[in-house]
Design a protein around this ligand. Sequence first.
Ligand code: ADP
Ligand code: MG
Length: 590
Amino acid sequence: MSFFRLYARAFALLSRARGAAVALALANVLVAAAQFAEPVLLGRIVDKLTAAQAAARAPQWREVAPPLAAWVAFGLFTIIASVIVALNADRLAHRRRLAVMAAYFEHALHLPLSFHVRAQSGRLLKVMIEGADGLFTLWLSFFREHCAGVTALFVLLPLTLFINWRLGALLVALVLAFGLTMNFVLRRTERRQSEVGRYSSDLAERVSDALGNVPVIQSFARVEEETRAVRGLINELLAAQLPVLSWWAAAAIATRACATLTLFGIFIVGIWLNIQRLATIGEIIAFMNLATMLITRLEQIVGLINYMFLQAPRLAQFFDVLDTVSTVADRPGALEVGRLKGAVTFENVSYSYDGVRDALSDLSFHVAPGRTVALVGATGSGKSTTVSLLHRVFDPTKGRVLIDGGDIRDMTLLSLRRNIGVVFQEPLLFARSIEDNLRVGKPEATDDEIALALERAQAADFVARLPQGLSTPISERGRTLSGGERQRLAIARALLKDPPILILDEATSALDAKTERQFQAALKAATAGRTTFVIAHRLATIRDADEILVFDQGRIVERGDFDALVAAGGLFASLARAQFIESEVGEAAR
Ligand SMILES: Nc1ncnc2c1ncn2[C@@H]1O[C@H](COP(=O)(O)OP(=O)(O)O)[C@@H](O)[C@H]1O
Ligand SMILES: [Mg+2]
């Protein structure tokens, strides 16, 4: 995204506060005009004094009083207006910063799981904070300084030509020199700076990845290697950043030199013009002051361009996330469905992650409401992908998924997902209390309902044993609990939601064989009266499923109930035989 496009987008985000922004901009123009008046008035006063001196008489108060009074008035106005502008600019920038963060957060939560699988949560957080901070600084400095600066440049600078065009031309030359220098430096450093942006993203990703895997790093004694890798990235980043900084330092020196030369030039040319009777002493003084003021403004603008330039990659990343459109957004006119019965039909469904290889090909099956279907097959055979299509993590590449006879793409996402409970293989828990985690399933649940859900998920005992019971806080991602405990809480949460369709994607994998056996009864109670999809590796778990779909490389190769499939002697039968032998050996060893 080009520099100016970024700038325009940053200001487009203020559109919600358009009134305040326009008022602030106008106030800035007034302040700039008032500031411009001060040196001009100073020049006038000096001219009155020198005129009296030339006439060898004492100056009169009544000659200088009007411009003096005007000067004081402009000065007071500038001070008061600046304070009001600064205060309101602050408020506006703070408000919009938080509003933009909230919008980003909401947008990110709406993005499909397929996006979040690729994007690291650490990176998303970094992009949010850096982007919002960058926008904040940009808005604030614009309304506090740069808006007035730009006004001074484009409106007031030409006006100086009317006061004394020769001296005015010198100021115009100064501004041109500034502009050319900036343009040159921007061109020289743009490519390098985007490299810097890339390196700093890599660095943040690497650090957040390592911090998320501390147990692995420590147990594999990788602390030194990881630190070295991060240092390496830092060195690369510095190697790219330092030349950019040198160019900007050179630019600062060049602009400073321009400024000093201009002041010098105005003085010398002014004296020469005065000798030629083409400029008064008051005009020389007024222009010296105007030039000083303009230089301050120009330096502020250079500062802004420099800042924007360094921020550009971060803002670009921020806008990239905001621009990501959800592939599974609601269709126009999507229906708000109530509680569904849970008849699920897959009609010739194919899905491909990469558009090259099909993860699922031509899948068709029907599940009557309340029945339990088990999905069995080797890892990577497409089981998770199949159930993901049901709660619209993504939509089929070909074919349709129907619930109660209606295409799920014609239902609103929210109402569809209210009807589906999912227990994932990795039980994702919030760093909140156990009760808060359960209530995610049903915020208005009564204590009895919570107790019942825990009971059914076989979690009541261990929760009761915790010192604070239901109020026990869980650490980030539930690391203070064992895998089995986490999983039982995740199941209780889904049961509390009481959806007509339940998906258990290897939900019991973290449970040991004994716990899982105890779990059978609970599972049976949990699945009663709802359409259930169970993915499990231990075939004992799915012994009672109404139908078993056997997957191989994205296709259903066998289907039927347990006994029929074993009798058929196909892929499933060989899986069952292998597990039977395994468990025999396991029992014997015990
Ligand atoms: N997010 C993803 N991006 C690309 N390919 C994926 C993704 N998730 C799964 N796959 C691929 O799709 C195929 C089916 O995966 P999956 O449905 O997870 O299998 P299962 O759940 O049966 O182990 C596998 O080849 C897997 O590598
Ligand atoms: Mg899977």
